[in-house]
Design a protein around this ligand. Sequence first.
Ligand SMILES: Cc1cc2nc3c(=O)[nH]c(=O)nc-3n(C[C@H](O)[C@H](O)[C@H](O)COP(=O)(O)OP(=O)(O)OC[C@H]3O[C@@H](n4cnc5c(N)ncnc54)[C@H](O)[C@@H]3O)c2cc1C
Ligand code: HEM
Length: 385
Amino acid sequence: MSEGMPGLAPAHPEELHPHLALARRSLTTAGIDMAEFVPLFYRTLFGYAPGLRSLFPLSLSVQQSRFGRALVHVLTTLDEPESLVGFLEQLGRDHRKFDVREEHYAAVGRALLATLRECAGEAWTPEVAEAWEYTYGYVADVMRRGARADTGPAWWAGEVVEHRRLDRDNAIVRVRTDGAVDYRAGQYVGVETPQHPRLWRYLSPATAPDGDVLEFQVKAIGYGSVSRGIVASAAPGDRWRIGSPMGALDQAIAPGRELLMIAGGTGISPVRALLDQLERDGGHPQRVVVFYGARDWESLHALDGLRRATYRNGWLDVIPVVEEEPPAPGPQVGTLAEVAARFGGWDDCEIVVSGSPAMLAATVRRLRGAGAPLERIHYDPFVVD
Ligand SMILES: Cc1cc2nc3c(=O)[nH]c(=O)nc-3n(C[C@H](O)[C@H](O)[C@H](O)COP(=O)(O)OP(=O)(O)OC[C@H]3O[C@@H](n4cnc5c(N)ncnc54)[C@H](O)[C@@H]3O)c2cc1C
Ligand code: HEM
């Protein structure tokens, strides 16, 4: 495995380091099928290093394999080195909660290359092998560096102090941590609940940091194991673990520029946290517009609170959006992507997009089509849903 730290990938794709560019191309040209890749990768890894099995959850389904999707995300964002390096440093720091140590990276790299070789067949040439060795070395080095640089705890212990059902599928959960979690408004954290040990899921605190209580809104997803468990049966007294904060949506706050925030469902939580932070900091000098969407009117759980925030803050506008025709006029009707594009004129502001992977993909695509520059659109990578 390459041990040297390769230089940062340059800002323009055409200048991308040839090894990184080739590794990225090879994923498509070799036609690697994730459904085949993921189980083989785990089999190979646990063959090489059986001791690593206990770090992973009991069930390792393809859908749950965030590793494969993370790699695809990394490869597709190689030409955005600044945000990629930030993401990887945070990911490395966050991996401490799984008890991952420096020496584990070599075994994962070996297993990754062996699995890729197996899946790529004839497309696996010595050049492609070298490109992948370099690429994994680059990614692993940045992650290890992030982990090494963090002097904070690998995770915080916390206790559920409130669990309030909003409706059948949504709940507010407040967790008091042993020591304040060192996060910034708009970030997200991994959580592990006693009902599902070793199944970590990301949740976004809905308020700016203030003391030792974190508030989350959790939505139970169709077949989701952890989210359904939290909504149905989390209770005061439960002990949770909270991982290192990740994400950088607060980079969208630029005093000279208007701020547009588009949030669907529980994606409103980081937006609420950012608004909370702005209020605490004395407001925003330019207009802030929030499009807040859900399937129907009843599902806009955070709307009352947001409306109250508009009464206190002249700089804030909140526009509710619903997909189903409402019983009375008021909200905009359509998907968030359609409605935000309909209002238009967003090419000069900073934009935050927050929501499900499908909503993120559709909205970012639509905004790009309407002329919004990519560097002004801030969102968390949907590779790790
Ligand atoms: C940056 C980030 C922040 C997040 N913040 C929050 C939050 O504040 N509140 C919250 O409730 N959730 C949040 N999530 C989603 C959360 O982390 C879990 O993915 C979600 O709760 C599902 O977990 P699960 O174990 O119930 O489902 P899993 O067992 O992991 O998945 C079950 C099935 O549902 C699908 N699925 C998973 N997530 C979604 C989704 N979001 N939409 C549609 N289908 C999905 C999976 O592909 C799979 O088929 C966030 C995710 C990310 C990446
Ligand atoms: C290139 C390097 C790596 C990348 C890009 C990567 C990426 C990821 C991502 C995105 C997740 C999901 C995070 C989450 O849901 O909280 C994850 C989970 C995990 N990773 Fe890594 N990882 C890397 C290296 C490693 C190494 C070296 C180990 C050591 C064994 C490791 C062990 C784990 C474990 C145990 C999980 C939890 C698995 C699960 O919840 O299904 N990873 N990884």
